[in-house]
Ligand binder design. Structure first.
Ligand SMILES: O=P(O)(O)OC[C@H]1O[C@@](CO)(OP(=O)(O)O)[C@@H](O)[C@@H]1O
Length: 417
C-alpha cells in the first residue's frame, strides 16, 4: 500500500535478552507465560521497553506504521502500553484476534512448530496458550477501553465470524483495519503457485509489452504445466484456481489446466510501457536515451511516458494481493514485472531491489507461506528452452537462452526465507 512499515517483534527482543544472559540459549518453558511468574513478566516488560526504544528511534527518521508484535492480553498491560506510547506521541491501534476453534489451534501450533525459533514442541504451545487464557481480558468487554482504537476479529468454532471496530479516527487507521480484516490470520500456512506465461512471440523478438501469442516453445510449456503441478503433489481433488491477466499469452498458458476456475484479472496485466510498448530495449535506448538511463537509475519509481512504473503496478495489484491473502492453492500466471511485485511482497524484498529480481520463463514457483514471515521457495523447471528477457542494468541486451542454466547469478533466490 506504499506505507512505510516496520515490525518490532517482542519475541525477538526477549530472545536477544535471554541470549545475552545465558551461556547457551535455552528457550523459555510454558510457565514463562504464566502471569503469576514475576520473573517471566519482568523479562517481557523489559523486552517491550527495548522494542519501544527502537521504535522511537525508527519514528525519528520514518513516517509510517510500526507494528509492535507481541501479546497484550490484559487490560493492565494495554493501559501501561498506551501510556508509554502516548508519551512518545505514537497513537496505537490494538488488534485482537479471537478463536475458540480447537482445529484451528492445532493448525496454528503445527505451523509454529515448523517455523518458530522457540521450542519445537506441541505441548509447550498448548500449555502457553492455556496460561494466556487464564488471564485473558478481551478488548470490547470493558468500558475503560471504550476510547481505545481497536479492531477485534472473531472466528468461532460454531461458524460465527465477526469484527468489532472501535474509534477509528483517521484514513490511515481505516486502511490498516481494511488490511487486517482481509488477512487470513488464523490459517497460517498455505501454498501459492506462481508462473510467468510461456515464452511469447514478442519475447523471442526481444520486444516488450504488446499482446502477442505464445511461441511454439511457450505452447509446449502450457501443455506441460498440468503435469508439473501434478508432480508437485497437486491433488486434482483439491479446489484449485488459476488467475491470469487478460492478455493472450497468459490465457494461452492456462488453457490446458484442469481447474474449476480460471479467472482473468486486468490488475495482473503487464506493466504498461506506454510509448515504448512494442519496442526492443535497444530501440528504446536509441530513441529515448535519457529515459533509458533514468529507468536503470531508479527502476522502481520510473514511469514510462504514457505508461506505468513498478510503483504503479504495486498499487494496482493491491486487490489481487488482498484476495490472495484469503486463498490457498492458487496458481497465478502473469508477467515478468507483475510477478516481481508479488514475489517481493511474500519474500520481503525491498522496493528498490524488486524490479531486478530474475524470474525465468518456463519455471513454476512454489511458495509455501508460513507464520513468522518465513516463506519457502522452490523452483520447478520445465526444462523447455526459452529466451531470457532479463535486462541487466546498463545494457540493452536480452535474449540469451538461460533455461538450462541453474544457479546463475540472475536466478531468483531459492529456499530463502
Ligand atoms: O521491467 P522490465 O525488466 O523491463 O520487465 C518488464 C518487461 O517484461 C516483459 C518481457 O520482456 O514482460 P512479459 O513477462 O509480459 O513478457 C515485457 O513485456 C515487460 O515490459
Amino acid at each position: 500500500m506504499m506505507i512505510n512499515s516496520k515490525i518490532f517483534n517482542i519475541g525477538d527482543y526477549r530472545r536477544k535478552q535471554l541470549d545475552s544472559q545465558l551461556d547457551e540459549f535455552t528457550s523459555v518453558d510454558a510457565d514463562f507465560y504464566n502471569f503469576e511468574n514475576q520473573e517471566g513478566l519482568k523479562i517481557r516488560l523489559n523486552a517491550y521497553e527495548n522494542a519501544l526504544k527502537d521504535m522511537e528511534k525508527w519514528f525519528l527518521n520514518n513516517e509510517g506504521v510500526a507494528i509492535l508484535d507481541g501479546t497484550s492480553s490484559t487490560r493492565s498491560h494495554r493501559k501501561w502500553l498506551l501510556e508509554r506510547l502516548r508519551r512518545l506521541h505514537i497513537e496505537p491501534i490494538f488488534i485482537e484476534s479471537f478463536s475458540d476453534d480447537k482445529d484451528l489451534e492445532k493448525l496454528n501450533i503445527n505451523a509454529l512448530i515448523k517455523s518458530s525459533p522457540d521450542k519445537k514442541d506441541f505441548d509447550f504451545y498448548e500449555e502457553k496458550i492455556k496460561n494466556y487464557i487464564k488471564f485473558y481480558e478481551s478488548m470490547n468487554e470493558y468500558n475503560d477501553e471504550k476510547d481505545y482504537t481497536f479492531v477485534k476479529l472473531m472466528k468461532k468454532a460454531d461458524g460465527m465470524e465477526q469484527a468489532v471496530i472501535n474509534k477509528v479516527q483517521s484514513y490511515l487507521e481505516s486502511k490498516i483495519i481494511f488490511y487486517v480484516m482481509n488477512l487470513n490470520y488464523l490459517n497460517p500456512s498455505k501454498v501459492i503457485w506462481l508462473s510467468r506465461h510461456g515464452e511469447s512471440v514478442y519475447n523471442v523478438e526481444k520486444k516488450i509489452g504488446g499482446d502477442s501469442k505464445l511461441s511454439e516453445r511457450g505452447l509446449l510449456y502450457a501443455k506441460k504445466l498440468p503435469q508439473l503441478l501434478k508432480e508437485q503433489g497437486f491433488d486434482e481433488n483439491n479446489q484449485m484456481s488459476a488467475w491470469t491477466s487478460t492478455l493472450v499469452r497468459t490465457n494461452e498458458t492456462a488453457q490446458f489446466l484442469p481447474f474449476d476456475q480460471i479467472l482473468p484479472w486486468r490488475a495482473l496485466n503487464e506493466l504498461d510501457a506506454g510509448l515504448c510498448d512494442g519496442m526492443t530495449y535497444e530501440e528504446i535506448e536509441e530513441k529515448y536515451p535519457e529515459d533509458f538511463k533514468e529507468r536503470d537509475d531508479d527502476k522502481f519509481e520510473y514511469r514510462y511516458k504514457g505508461g506505468e512504473s513498478y510503483k504503479d503496478v504495486v498499487l494496482r495489484v493491491e486487490p489481487v494481493m488482498m484476495e490472495l491473502e484469503r486463498q490457498s492453492n492458487v496458481l497465478i500466471i502473469t508477467h515478468q514485472a507483475v510477478l516481481r511485485c508479488i514475489y517481493a511482497y511474500f519474500m520481503n524484498i525491498p522496493q528498490d531491489q524488486s524490479p531486478w529480481v530474475a524470474i525465468p520463463l518456463h519455471t513454476l514457483i512454489k511458495l509455501e507461506v508460513r507464520p513468522y514471515g518465513a516463506c519457502k521457495v522452490s523452483l520447478i523447471k520445465a526444462n523447455i528452452p526459452a529466451v531470457s528477457t532479463y535486462k541487466e542494468k546498463g545494457t540493452s541486451n536480452v535474449g540469451e537462452d538461460v533455461s538450462n542454466k541453474s544457479n546463475s547469478s540472475r536466478s531468483l533466490l531459492a529456499d530463502t526465507n
